[in-house]
Design a protein around this ligand. Structure first.
Ligand SMILES: Nc1nc2c(ncn2[C@@H]2O[C@H](COP(=O)(O)OP(=O)(O)OP(=O)(O)O)[C@@H](O)[C@H]2O)c(=O)[nH]1
Ligand SMILES: [Mg+2]
Length: 450
């Protein structure tokens, strides 16, 4: 079995086992529509001089915030596996991608960048490469099969030295991720300036990705203490000019601990809902982008074929012009030769060459030429001769120029384009329609579908 068939077989097995959700399958199908090396839209786009990016199969959720705010613990809780180290010390020092897969495995920085080509520019951030890793987990809890978490180093103020420019790296990751969950914990570091500065910067361009949470809410004391902490954080956020939208929605969350039940309201499910919502939005936008990309491809193909039709017809008229100029270029020397010969060669020779009748017929035809020449004063005959010779050269050059036609598509190329047009406009768009219906069926139900 080849690698590709193995992957397909595994995917089929998963589908048979019913472990693949509709959204997961939609994203996978869209991905393969783009990335198939032979029939994929990316290959076709690059053939047409366009550049498409493959859609993501999962969403990226970045967790950021103060040191010890419970970021890694949240990931462990979500996937129901102790995959990230947690503790009161500074535990997470680099950037870790936590994703689902077929086998529990840890990958190094290089392998991580290979796995996530979108994140390759991280290489250029001095010192970051050694602090990149990927943890693959077999967990399929909640929506983990559609999520890649990005765990980030805890932020602290003061003398703490990071081995890389943590602010810049977080800002850059914020741009690439679909969601940035910011955790503030009620302990000392809640108002960490570094966190607030980065949040403010991300908010400038990607405010829609930011979500704020008061984490470890069970440690905030009583209800009134918690309200006070919340107020403080919100006030601090509102002080920032960029963040001054106020009306912050800041759910209070904590990891449920059966050994330490708490009466505090836990809104941790809100985080799961936010993740789910981002997934469905991503599915929708992936399908919409697929539709738009198909349209772009069919339009480009149609344009290319139309341009080729125009080139063919302009080449045809250029060739006709070329023939005309060529003929003229040939006629002039013939005309010169004939008229020169008519005057100079004795009649007897014509008779001998063509017979009496032939010579007479030629004389009838060449007589007008001869009369024309006789109209020209003898002194000017040479000039007219030279001028006509130049004219003949000009005609020949013009003919040559006209025959320099533009290249057109070969029959094979035209057939390829027409074939791809049918594939995109019928097969791919039909598939997109079917995927959209499957996606909608999840929420509206079959009876509402027209
Ligand atoms: N009571 C309580 N403790 C928590 C909660 N979440 C995490 N903790 C504890 O808080 C400590 C820090 O948790 P981590 O998950 O390591 O925090 P982090 O944000 O990843 O920390 P860094 O990686 O150092 O930035 C650990 O001892 C956790 O057990 C929570 O919801 N409630
Ligand atoms: Mg951590």
């Amino acid at each position: 079995m080849t690698g590709k068939t193995k992957v397909r077989a595994a995917a089929n097995a998963e589908a048979m086992a019913g472990t693949v959700s509709v959204n997961e399958r939609i994203l996978r199908d869209c991905h393969s529509l783009y990335s198939d090396p032979d029939t994929g839209l990316i290959a076709l786009a690059s053939h047409l001089g366009l550049s498409f990016l493959p859609p993501r199969k999962k969403i990226f959720v970045m967790l950021m915030g103060n040191h010890s705010a419970g970021k890694s613990s949240f990931i462990n809780w979500y996937i129901e596996e102790h995959i990230q180290r947690t503790g009161v010390a500074i535990e997470t020092q680099g950037f870790a991608f936590i994703t689902s897969g077929r086998k529990r495995e840890s990958l190094t920085g290089d392998a991580t960048l290979h796995l996530y080509p979108h994140f390759k520019p991280l290489q250029t951030f001095e010192g970051v490469s050694e602090y990149l890793s990927t943890e693959i987990s077999t967990s399929r809890q909640k929506k983990f099969s559609l999520v890649t978490f990005v765990d980030t180093p805890g932020l602290v103020d003061g003398d703490m030295k990071y081995p890389f420019d943590v602010n810049r790296a977080l800002l850059w990751l914020g741009e690439l991720c679909d969601l940035a969950l910011v955790f503030f914990d009620p302990m000392g570091q809640a108002l960490c300036k570094r966190t607030l500065n980065i949040v403010e910067k991300i908010n400038e361009h990607h405010g829609d990705k930011l979500r704020f949470y008061l984490s470890k809410a069970d440690e905030a004391g009583g209800e009134s203490d918690r309200q006070r902490v919340l107020m403080q954080i919100v006030q601090e956020l509102c002080k920032r000019p960029g963040l001054n939208k106020c009306g912050f929605d800041m759910p209070t969350i904590y990891i449920p601990n059966p050994n330490k039940p708490s009466r505090c309201v836990n809104q941790i499910e809100e985080v799961c809902k936010t993740i789910e919502k981002t997934i469905t939005q991503t599915v929708q936008s992936t399908l919409n982008t697929l539709g738009r990309d198909c349209q772009k491809l069919t339009e480009t193909i149609e344009q290319k074929l139309q341009e080729d039709d125009e080139t063919i017809s302009s080449n045809r008229s250029a060739r006709a012009q070329g023939c005309m100029f060529g003929l003229l270029g040939l006629m002039v020397p013939l005309f010169l030769l004939a008229s020169a010969l008519f005057g100079t060669i004795p009649e007897e020779l014509w008779n001998a060459l063509l017979g009496k009748e032939g010579a007479e017929t030629l004389a009838v035809y060449l007589f007008p030429l001869h009369s024309l020449w006789s109209l020209i004063p003898a002194d000017y005959v040479v000039y007219v001769f030279v001028a006509l010779a130049i004219l003949s050269i000009v005609f020949v050059l013009l003919a040559q120029r006209c025959f320099r036609t533009r290249t057109t598509l070969s029959k094979k190329q035209r057939r390829y384009l027409l074939d791809r047009h049918v594939y995109v406009s019928e097969v791919v768009l039909q598939k997109k329609k079917r995927l959209y219906e499957e996606y909608l069926k999840q929420s509206v139900g079959e009876h509402d579908m027209s």
